[in-house]
Design a binder for this molecule. Structure first.
Ligand code: DX5
Ligand code: ZN
Length: 216
């Protein structure tokens, strides 16, 4: 099953509730929520109060991507404000296993993200404990960047590893995914597609429908 996870980083925050309803009605399954701390990545985005206030706007899966140093400090709070999936960066955790365990203990689905240049080797022991792996296909920090071409090979390799181990871990791809390259990304083995600028630029409903059509 394929899932579309529009990133609200590219939304118009003055009409966020309305834009969430449009995405929801057009058939997006997840809401991708990019939390940036100004330390792990250069930008600062938003945090718990925003997530708490949009939680009643939709019943869709809240896919919270923490671009935050030592996210273990905040797992309880993100679980309390309505996260369904919490993704932490391997590069940001001194104790990745402990962080993943903390997410699972709160009844939230754990996922690990890797920056474009981070090797898949860091997943070797933790993979069986994860519901999803997020592969960054741009350097994290900003929406609207270009997809890094070597990422396709990385997606294929991760898909092979998951199959070799007999797991059914989801592969989420985040950064530079558009209507022009989404099919290649799916063919490489991804099944959760994040898209910010390609969903929110122009007609949101139309964009979501076009993505969903290509993702069948
Ligand atoms: C980047 C974020 C992404 C970003 C995707 O640091 O993690 O989720 O918003 O935006 P686009 O689809 O515009 O690359
Ligand atoms: Zn993201």
């Amino acid at each position: 099953m394929n899932y579309l996870s529009p990133s609200i980083l590219s939304a118009d925050f003055s009409k966020l509730g309305e834009q969430l309803r449009i995405m929801d009605e057009a058939g997006a399954e997840y809401v991708h929520i990019d939390v940036m701390d100004g330390a792990f990545v250069p930008s600062i985005s938003f945090g718990m109060p925003l997530i708490r206030s949009i939680r009643p706007c939709t019943g869709k899966v809240f896919d919270v991507h923490l671009m935050v140093e030592e996210p273990v400090r905040y797992i309880q709070e993100f679980a309390d404000c309505g996260a369904d999936i919490i993704t932490v960066h391997a590069e940001a955790c001194a104790h990745l296993d402990r962080t993943v365990e903390a997410i699972r203990e709160r009844g939230v689905r754990p996922a690990v993200a890797l920056n474009p240049a981070t090797s898949l080797n860091v997943l070797e022991y933790i993979l069986p404990k994860l519901d999803m792996v997020l592969l960054m296909t741009v350097n994290p920090g900003f929406g609207g960047q270009k997809f890094i071409p070597y990422s396709l090979e990385k997606i294929r390799r991760l898909k092979d590893i998951i199959e070799e181990k007999g797991l059914n871990t989801d592969i989420e791809v985040d950064g530079g995914v558009t209507l022009s390259n989404v099919e290649e990304v799916l063919q490489a083995g991804a099944n959760v597609i994040v898209s910010g600028s390609a969903v929110f630029r122009g007609d949101i409903s139309e964009n979501v429908r076009k993505f969903k059509e290509l993702m069948k």
